[in-house]
Design a binder for this molecule. Structure first.
Ligand code: AMP
Ligand code: MG
Length: 331
């Protein structure tokens, strides 16, 4: 089953304004749906799609023949330049978020049944055992080769779409494509501007109705990534267990956060931080944002309070059907 994504609308009016050279690709990759619309040639759109599909084949933890799959099987593996580059960026982000992002949580993700969909609540001792092997600091990268501590497994699922967005934007630049909107399963790269010179509007999913959006942000030259408990979860005895694991407890994150959207110049950063801020919850997210000035975020909690950093508030517009209580976070 594909990850549920809401339809991100990007109010693109392709008609008029001389923007006739739109090339599009719609496809499934990285276990989600992707749609690329660029003001460029069909060849460039196809090149971007091929690049993303190639990254998927390198990075999938569920595929034993991928570079990550091989690493997980035998504990060490030679990495291509892209995989090594992403691993090194991801390790930096794990450190910078003090382990809220931890790319070694895969055995826990498996234990809770999020990989084979046999959802279950593992026992305390099982979780404790798995937590002993959950520590990104035991992953090393040296001379293009990655090594894992014993019993560990690597999962770049929290950052792969963001990295793919960065690579796609790079390809657009190389091919002199000045505008486009790339929706990689909810991680959206907004490049350049709309034909009429306005910024792109990227919708943010309504967790209660994933076919709708509660608002949008107007952006240009940014990547907007959202992590939400509605994306993958199971329910047992009236309680929801989501796919984002708190690496400190080994359990699905349960801190009142429903979704986090991050806006930054870097896809890898936006994707990593949407996951990490979800784990941190509103207090941790505020504190992290105040000590980092290079991104903005929007966090929706269970009480329908919508927390927005100053920069995010300036870019945000709420859909008229929604009445979330907005709270602006000042620097
Ligand atoms: P995202 O949808 O970008 O928030 O990424 C969530 C995916 O990353 C999950 O499906 C897991 O495979 C993995 N994951 C879950 N929790 C974490 C975490 N705390 N740090 C890193 N990856 C995680
Ligand atoms: Mg993420």
């Amino acid at each position: 089953m594909k990850k549920v994504i809401c339809i991100l609308f990007c109010l693109m009016l392709f008609s008029g304004c001389g923007y006739s050279n739109v090339a599009s690709e719609s496809f499934e990759s990285m276990d989600t749906f992707m749609k690329i619309d660029i003001y460029g040639s069909a060849d460039t759109a196809a090149e971007i799609r091929a690049e993303i599909e190639n990254l998927d084949s390198l990075l999938s933890a569920q595929d034993d023949s991928s570079e990550i799959g091989r690493l997980n099987k035998i504990g060490s593996a030679e990495f291509s330049e892209d995989t090594a580059d992403l691993l090194s960026q991801a390790l930096e982000l794990c450190k910078d978020t003090d382990g809220a992002l931890d790319i070694s949580v895969y055995p826990l993700v498996e234990a809770w049944g999020f990989i084979d969909k046999n959802y279950r609540i593992p026992g305390e001792s099982e979780i404790d055992d798995l937590l002993k092997n959950t520590d990104y600091r035991k992953i090393t990268l040296s001379g293009g080769r990655a090594y894992l501590g014993s019993g560990m497994k690597l999962d770049l699922g929290a950052v792969a779409k963001g990295y793919a967005a960065d690579k796609a934007v790079e390809l657009m630049k190389q091919n002199n494509v000045r505008a486009g909107i790339l929706n990689l399963g909810g991680t959206v790269a907004a490049v350049g501007e709309k034909p009429n010179g306005e910024k792109w509007r990227v919708g943010i999913c309504d967790p209660e109705n994933t076919a709708a959006y509660f608002g949008s942000v107007s952006v240009s030259g940014k990547v907007v990534a959202t992590s939400g408990s509605y994306e993958r979860y199971f329910e047992q005895d009236g309680k929801r267990y989501c796919h984002i694991i708190d690496p400190k407890t080994g359990c699905p994150t349960d801190n009142g956060t429903v979704s986090v959207t991050v806006i930054s110049d870097s896809g890898t950063k936006s994707d990593a931080l949407s996951t990490a801020l979800f784990v941190m919850g509103i207090d941790g997210a505020k504190e992290y944002w105040r000590s980092h000035t290079d991104f903005e975020f929007i966090l929706l909690d269970e009480e329908n309070t919508l927390w927005l950093t100053e920069g995010a508030e300036a870019a945000f517009r709420m859909n008229k059907d929604y009445e979330y209580n907005m709270k602006v976070i000042k620097a």
